[in-house]
Design a protein around this ligand. Structure first.
Ligand SMILES: [Zn+2]
Length: 299
């Protein structure tokens, strides 16, 4: 049985899906009591000027804008949070920057293919930025890297990468923008729905604002996305409530609800749905929280 099959089985055994789950900050000793949260209410995103190589014309830019607009629409009803589109950026760097400099980039090559084995970046984790390549798992569609203070949980920077590089078997995710018809497996073209950019970006922006994966398969924050998935384009009420509850209009961000968080965390771990791997950076600097959107594999 594949991993996705096992996931489906376990999720179906739950009494009810979680409405939302906030992302825990890491401390030097593990997870802390803090949640990863923006202090600022105005967050600027910048698209890599290179766009997506396999997406016709400039549709990928519109698709990402639409994803941020969906979140802005939620914010309008409950919060003073603002998503601002900044100028496009050439050669963006992931894992650095500020609230003015959150980048969205398509990694068109896997680092396995792009980076010489002798390059120094192989030992310090900098290959992705140096070679503009994807340095994460083959089955991951996209990934958000948030940089935050381990002392406060406050986010400084959050960047989104799409995995457009070839996996070890030569296959790659085709990122598309049209809403129909769904692509048949193995027959993906830009003229059907394969891995929808807006769908993927809407999920990743959920990570950007500090939300984690939940067990409900219909949630924007569900950890998997099958071929042709469009469901995450529409932000579900549970995900919206997580955002609204964190960033209430005119008030400071709300700290984690310890009891609810603990309960949710145990539930999520028991079902194996958390797709979070975490990595530290420079000692005095914040940690990186790396959150994964995994591809649902065929049985
Ligand atoms: Zn995710």
């Amino acid at each position: 049985m594949s991993r996705a099959g096992l996931l489906t089985l376990l999720v179906s055994g739950l009494a009810s899906a979680q409405p939302f789950l906030r992302t825990r900050a890491l401390s030097n000793t593990g997870e802390s009591n803090l949640c990863v949260t923006w202090g600022a209410r105005k967050v600027t995103y910048r698209m890599d000027a290179a766009g997506s190589a396999r997406t016709p014309v400039e549709a990928e830019f519109t698709a990402v804008d639409n994803a941020f607009a969906a979140w802005q629409n939620v914010a309008r009803g409950c919060s003073d949070f603002e998503f601002v589109r900044g100028p496009r950026i050439v050669d963006p760097k992931v894992g650095r920057g500020s609230q003015e400099d959150n980048v969205v980039t398509f990694r068109e090559e896997n680092c396995r293919d792009a980076v010489p084995l002798t390059d120094p970046c192989q030992s310090d984790g900098s290959c992705g930025n140096k070679f503009k390549c994807w340095e994460h798992g083959d089955s991951t569609i996209a990934l958000t890297t948030s940089t935050y203070s381990t002392r406060t949980g406050v986010v400084f920077d959050s960047d989104i990468e799409f995995n457009a590089g070839a996996s070890s078997d030569g296959a790659r995710f085709l990122f598309t923008t049209i809403s129909s018809p769904p692509c048949a497996e193995g027959m993906e073209t830009p003229f059907c729905t394969a891995y929808d950019i807006q769908n993927t970006a809407t999920h990743e922006i959920g990570h950007l604002v500090g939300l984690d994966h939940v067990t409900g398969t219909t949630s924007t924050m569900a950890p998997t996305a099958p071929l042709g998935d469009l469901m995450k384009r529409v932000i579900d009420p549970g995900t919206a409530s997580g955002f609204c509850g964190t960033y209430p209009r005119g008030k400071p961000p709300v700290p984690c609800d310890e009891l609810a968080q603990l309960k949710s965390r145990i539930t999520a771990r028991n079902t194996g749905t958390l797709g979070c791997s975490c990595d530290g950076v420079l000692a005095a600097a914040p940690w990186l929280a790396v959150l994964l959107l995994r591809r649902r594999r065929r049985g």
